[in-house]
Design a protein around this ligand. Sequence first.
Ligand code: AKG
Ligand code: FE2
Length: 294
Amino acid sequence: MANNTKRPQWRTAVEVAVISIVIYVALGAPGLSSLGPTNNENVKQSVPTARAKIESLVYPDETLSCPSHKYGVHVVTSEPLVLYIDGFLSGEEADYLVTQSQDKWQTSTIFNGGVETTDDKVRKSEKALIDRDDTVQCIEQRALAFQGWPAETFIERLWTQRYNVTGHYAYHYDWATASKISRRVSTFMVYLAADCEGGGTQFPKIARPKDARWCEFVDCSPEAEEGVTFKPRKGAAVFWSNFDAAGRGYKDTIHAGLPVTSGTKIGLNIWSWYQAGHSTPQGHISGPSTEHVA
Ligand SMILES: O=C(O)CCC(=O)C(=O)O
Ligand SMILES: [Fe+2]
């Protein structure tokens, strides 16, 4: 009788390898499309794990009729695309989001190797998860319309972020965790309250535009850090793309929230998330979620 109970060891190894590849591909080949830099110790991830992420994605109600809103767009650089949007939110909208944040502030977190943790040397601020009423969904709509309603692209639940004196966010990418099927495609960094000194959003690898008219929006002082520092300005937003057409994260989007030296700065993150295999808008991923994943 043939002995089938003992298979050669090499075959077991091949089977393990094949199964591993299948699992890797099923998970969206994490890391494959994000061929930018590997994170060094000073660059922390700000993107949480896949499941919590998907639960945090939303799509605004398309039947909602939103008031028309005008803003001014200025190109900082086209590769990577970085734009300055003056008046992206009205003063009333900014104040409303600050009011909505009251009683919701909690210590901001970072994601390190997929683990949520706090470290005030990296990120010192408080964040608040914003409920999705009509005003908020109209802001989500505006963010998607601005980008041309990209397919299979959702909005991450909105979070506000408050920095008091010494509050800051160390240099990081917003795109650290990415795969072929799943990634944070773009960022709007919106200023809701800007009664502060310091607190600029700093991009060391993006050149400051030369024209003196930019000095209204960026730090033109001799002490300004290398690159460009956007000044907190109520209602304004800095928008940038996190990935190139091949799905590679842009290294030049590394940025920081500089320390606030007096007063308070409040920001709003609007992140758009590409999730392949989910059509929009009919195939909403989920409704409001209580997951805390910013
Ligand atoms: O507050 C800022 O200026 C930057 C914030 C930021 O980069 C973030 O929340 O990811
Ligand atoms: Fe960021």
